[in-house]
Design a protein around this ligand. Structure first.
Ligand SMILES: [Zn+2]
Length: 168
């Protein structure tokens, strides 16, 4: 499929990073591999999921009681915090925390469902979200959001192009 899609800078960064560590297909996506490449210790335990960073260590813990698909999403969520945010949410104003949570959610969608990989699918097909959820090992809800976002971005660009060709 050909899609006229302009990725966000963050999406481009993730693509380059993945290529550099040999992740080019959904099956290649591997939390341990990603964490190691970034010098992050990754643990799975019955403690709640969190990320932690100080001058010496970066650590992600994922609650291993969660369903596997949600564990994967939590990993990307916590990774987003480590890569993109500084400071402890324990001492942060609520609006700041909300901003960071929103950003981590965005990061999760881009890194769990990289655009170059999802564009190999027909994003207009009926059960596309179920198919992506199966192949990428994440929840269907996340895939629905991702596909919606991509469609909206392509559609709003089409409108812009159309409008730029209109003269009154
Ligand atoms: Zn968070």
């Amino acid at each position: 499929m050909y899609y006229n899609y302009t990725p966000f800078e963050l999406e481009k960064w993730i693509e380059v990073f993945y290529k550099n560590i040999g992740i080019t297909r959904p099956d290649d996506i591997d939390e341990q591999k990603i964490a190691s490449a970034l010098g992050i210790s990754l643990d799975y335990s019955d403690r709640r999921s969190f990320s932690y960073e100080d001058r010496y260590d970066k650590l992600i813990n994922i609650n291993n009681m969660l369903p596997k698909r949600i564990q994967r999403e939590r990993f990307f969520h916590e990774l987003g915090h480590i890569l993109r945010h500084a400071g402890s949410q324990l001492i942060m104003p609520k609006s700041f925390i909300e901003l960071q949570e929103f950003d981590s959610k965005r990061f999760t969608k881009y890194s769990a469902l990289p655009y170059s990989m999802i564009f190999r699918y027909d994003l207009e097909s009926n059960n596309i979200s179920g198919q992506l959820a199966h192949d990428f090992g994440v929840s269907k809800e996340l895939c629905v959001e991702r596909v919606d976002n991509v469609r909206n971005k392509i559609f709003s660009k089409m409108i812009l192009v159309m409008e730029s060709n209109i003269t009154y």
